[in-house]
Design a protein. Structure first.
Length: 400
């Protein structure tokens, strides 16, 4: 049996302790290894960047909930004609400022599996001469699914009169009515399509401008970079709301609603590209000297190909996170302009146009449900912010 002296024992013990220390340190430095989707550390070594992002994103519970909320909101917006009980311009002067009707299951005949709403009992206040509404327990309007109602064209293409929810008799005002007796719930659904699409289209235009201007500013540098950065600083130094108001006031008042829609989108995009351009520029300043960029340049690749084929995909995850955080600003911009009367105008229905109904204290005091479009704006903006935080953390899966 070979003899082992004290020095060899100390060396072997030290090596084993060092290996255990490195193993424990490696486990600490890999925060995503605790995910239940992993079978072992070897999954990390063979996983792609997008797989690492997906595993990290799953651990952000608030971002996952926000993603579900946004999917539901956008799904309702895409098929708003089907989910809305009424046409947004359908009105009934008998039910001006009518309060929301509560969905009930227990009525005069006891419990019922089919939900229903009570009809209105209208009376005039003898002192203020204001019309008051109260639920009439003797009148019950059953709620049906996939019921026929006001005719419409789905996406302006296919005519139909099928609605997801409604009543065969009476009214169904889930969120009350406005001063003309129009259903607030239906108008909020229709308005979501306009407000949410402006956010996506505006961010898409800002994405293109930010990549082009910011990318080539960081790639070339020099005088072009100086001019672009001074332009960005000038635009960002101007207060946002007054700048929006000035550009919106320049739109001709005789323009049709569709042209005004695209005009507002372009106005928001011309201001929103500056933040993304700075992010892209800072990344390009560090990437233009990397080995893969030099190799592509030596192989004869054009500068346009180097930028969009090699440099942009290398930090695409960070761009997606930045775009997600930019969408709420676009939505708030449209809502603010329309609320001030400088953006979209009736008969176009958007969340900002709907909030114009709640500009005076009297309307809010008599019909607080007119503020529900503002609640939808808050929910959507918070969901985008939480989703953006989750994507930003997932973009760097090795961060702790």
């Amino acid at each position: 049996m070979p003899h082992t002296n004290d020095y060899e024992k100390d060396f072997l013990n030290g090596s084993s302790e060092a290996e255990e220390s490195q193993t424990s340190d490696a486990h600490i430095l890999d925060p995503i290894t605790d995910d239940e989707d992993f079978e072992g550390d070897e999954d990390i070594y063979v996983a792609s960047q997008w797989q690492l992002m997906r595993w990290k994103f799953r651990k952000h519970r608030l971002a996952n909930v926000s993603l579900v909320v946004l999917i539901v909101i956008y799904f309702l917006a895409i098929f708003c004609e089907f989910f809305a009980p009424y046409d947004p311009n359908h009105y009934d002067i008998r039910f001006t400022y009518a309060p929301p009707q509560k969905i009930r299951f227990v009525g005069k005949n006891g419990f019922s599996l089919r939900p229903f709403v009570n009809g209105y009992k209208r009376e005039i206040d003898p002192e203020t001469l204001r019309r008051k509404y109260a639920p009439d327990p003797d009148i019950e309007h059953p709620i049906y699914f996939f019921v026929k109602g006001n005719p419409y064209k789905l996406w302006g293409l296919w005519p139909t009169d099928l609605h997801f929810i409604g009543t065969k008799e009476g009214t169904l005002f889930l969120w009350g009515t406005d001063r003309m007796g129009r259903d607030t719930f239906s108008r909020v659904l229709y308005g979501s399509r306009i407000s949410l699409s402006i956010g996506l289209i505006g961010v898409l235009i800002s994405f293109l401008l930010g990549i082009l201007i910011g990318g080539f500013s960081g790639y070339y540098g020099g005088a072009f970079d100086v001019i672009v950065q001074r332009l960005i600083e000038f635009i960002r130094s101007i207060p946002t709301i007054p700048l929006w108001m000035a550009l919106s006031a320049a739109l001709p008042p005789h323009w049709p609603p569709l042209r005004v829609y695209f005009g507002i989108t372009i106005i928001l995009s011309l201001i929103g590209w500056t933040g993304l351009a700075r992010v892209v520029r800072s990344k390009f300043l560090s990437l233009r000297e990397e080995d893969f960029v030099t190799a592509a340049r030596i192989c004869g690749a054009s500068e346009f190909r180097i930028v969009f084929r090699h440099m942009v995909p290398s930090f695409l995850s960070h761009i997606i996170a930045s775009l997600t955080l930019s969408i709420p600003g676009m939505i708030l911009g449209e809502t603010s302009l329309s609320f001030l009367g400088l953006g979209l105008r009736p008969p176009v229905v958007s969340w900002g146009v709907l909030l114009q109904e709640a500009q005076n204290v009297r309307s809010v005091a008599l019909a607080p449900w007119l503020l529900l479009p503002g609640v939808m704006v808050i929910i959507t903006v918070l969901s985008f912010n939480f989703l953006g935080d989750g994507l930003r953390d997932a973009a760097d899966p090795y961060s702790r």
